[in-house]
Write a protein that binds this ligand. Sequence first.
Ligand SMILES: [Zn+2]
Length: 402
Amino acid sequence: MREVEILRKWFEKFHLIGKTPEGGVTRLGYTVQENEMHSTLKRIALEEGFHYEADPLGNSFVYLDNKKPFWMIGSHLDSVPNGGCYDGVAGVLAGLLVLKWIKESRKDIPLKVVAFRCEESSRFGRATIGSSFMTGKDPLDFSRLMDSEGKTLFDAMQEAGFSPEAYCIEGVQGYLELHIEQGRVLEEKGLKLGIVTSIAAPTRFRLKIIGKQEHSGTTPMGMRRDALVAAAEVIRLVEELGLNESGYSTVATVGTIKVLPGAMNVIPGYAELGIDIRGVDRESIKRVIDGLTAGLKEIALQRKIEWKLEEISKEEPVVLDEKIVECLENAARLEEVDYLKMASGAGHDAMVMAKITKAGMLFIPCKEGISHNPNEEANFEDILTGARVMLRFLEEGCRCFY
Ligand SMILES: [Zn+2]
């Protein structure tokens, strides 16, 4: 069977799990659907003559032998509500193919394919739960994290048959992850491979703008303190600050807006914006935040409004291992695959693994950059290309680690 057909055959075993009427999939962390994804992986592993093992958290491992130290290739098997079929799955399939090649060629390359639990934040408002607990360093509170029905992560994990207890995996020599890009950069450049150099981290703010709520018919234009018009200026400012930093891959977005009282005959007295700033360059992120506060002071003076900027969350960007990037580039050249070195705007398990080991990441294109959507689509040929580069990396590139 051609390798692309093998990938397709495996993919189709996962395909119908959690299928939605819109053609997407819903496989939230620690639900029946996610469990089914992992038991399907177990079935594939056993059919292929691999060993299968799950850790107490429910993360799956597929391997040939228990030699240490070992490399890991993996991703996740959960999805967002009504998400796509390739997010996460593509990376697990690529890992399985690399393992199959190693088995057939009898090469001595210790490798474990890993499928992490609950990577998406959709259910518990917190991403990369499986990998974070497996790397032991995350002081997550199991009973504080809750889904929309009030079920704690602790209970959800126990009900799914797992134990909510962090540990730190030992013997990992390095981690590789293939993932769909979830953006349009590769497609627009006509490239099949991205080598990720860093993973962006979001800083999020809630901005409260207080103006004066007044009658829209009787208050002359020159006498107003309109909170919504001030918010409009902030939205433009955030876009401009992001644009100024685009050379550093920093992005800035106002994604939510709340207006009070929200009546057509009342000048808005209050507006609230949700602002998301992310990037890989700390200085660049800082310039955006400084520009935002400076701009807010100016807007406040001109529009006579008051404001309060609350930081909701702040995460540090992760720079992936330079040596791994170099070796992945080398492997891509040997496989004659043109590639682009790029930053990842979205978070992935690789950024968690980077805390305990050398981690690297490959992107493959996805159609029109669409992801977290039923229309998400990637090409099996591209998964195959990525798998080839990873195998070459393990054969050649990683020698410089020894
Ligand atoms: Zn993903």
